[in-house]
Design a protein around this ligand. Structure first.
Ligand code: GSH
Length: 231
């Protein structure tokens, strides 16, 4: 059995791992997990006790959760393409630093905003959380714009797994009308470049429930029950 990526819909941060798998080009399967229903089910908690996507089941039946752990596990498959780098090199440190920023500061900038749309709140709570979220999202965009500088991609002249992960988080601005990405021209250019990328378009199609053709690496979906039998 090929590795299986458990991805969350709608619009999970697992999007970046789908893009990464497509860029890497090695055979893999997908298992679609509805959020919040299936992701918190007893069955899925056997995959990831935290009840979150993404998770990756390796070919030998181990499960790796957490985007950074998954991307770092997949990284060696992309050394030849410059998508990731060997630990112990300066390039690895830069990639790891960028991924860590995206996975903590950038991701969590949106957390208060998600909370306002996913929970019933008392009067005043929503406004306070939204104001906090806006401050965070503005700050992390300004920070990332400075980190990007005049580069085309987050680490320089070519795409890495950090750009794959960025694609999945950056699109969350469309759910929370709090910034205009065009105020961050480097990030806007990067986002548009990624949106044109076939792997990003493939990941969108997957999230929309299509079975897109054109990928040589994607070997189809498996059902959760089927995946559980490989544990
Ligand atoms: N630190 C985790 C965060 C994963 C996470 O928060 N996943 C969300 C989707 S972006 C999730 O599965 N949420 C479950 C839910 O909405 O019930 C990672 O980076 O992989």
């Amino acid at each position: 059995m090929e590795p299986i990526l458990f991805y969350g819909v709608p619009s999970g941060c697992s999007f970046g791992s789908i893009v990464a798998l497509e860029w890497l080009g090695k055979p893999y399967r997908l298992c679609r997990i509805e959020m919040p229903e299936t992701v918190k089910s007893e069955r899925y908690l056997r995959i990831n006790p935290v009840g979150e996507t993404p998770a990756l089941m390796t070919a030998d039946g181990r499960v790796i959760a957490e985007s950074m752990a998954i991307l770092n596990h997949l990284g060696p498959d992309g050394f030849d393409k410059g998508l990731a780098f060997a630990q112990g090199t300066p390039a690895f440190d830069r990639l790891n630093q960028t991924l860590a920023f995206l996975n903590t500061s950038f991701f969590n900038g949106f957390s208060p905003l998600w909370y306002t749309v996913e929970h019933e709140l008392q009067a005043g709570e929503k406004e306070a959380l939204r104001a906090y979220g806006i401050t965070n999202v503005v700050k992390v965009h300004a920070d990332l714009e400075r980190m990007l500088g005049s580069n085309e991609w987050l680490l320089g002249d070519w795409p890495t797994l950090a750009d794959a992960y960025f694609a999945g988080i950056a699109r969350w601005t469309k759910y929370h009308d709090v910034i205009d990405r065009r105020d961050y021209p480097g990030l806007q250019r990067l986002f548009e470049r990624l949106e044109r990328d076939p792997a990003v378009q493939f990941a969108h199609a997957i999230e929309h429930g299509e079975e897109p053709s054109g990928s040589s690496a994607f070997k189809g979906h498996v059902r959760l029950e089927q995946a559980l039998s490989h544990l």
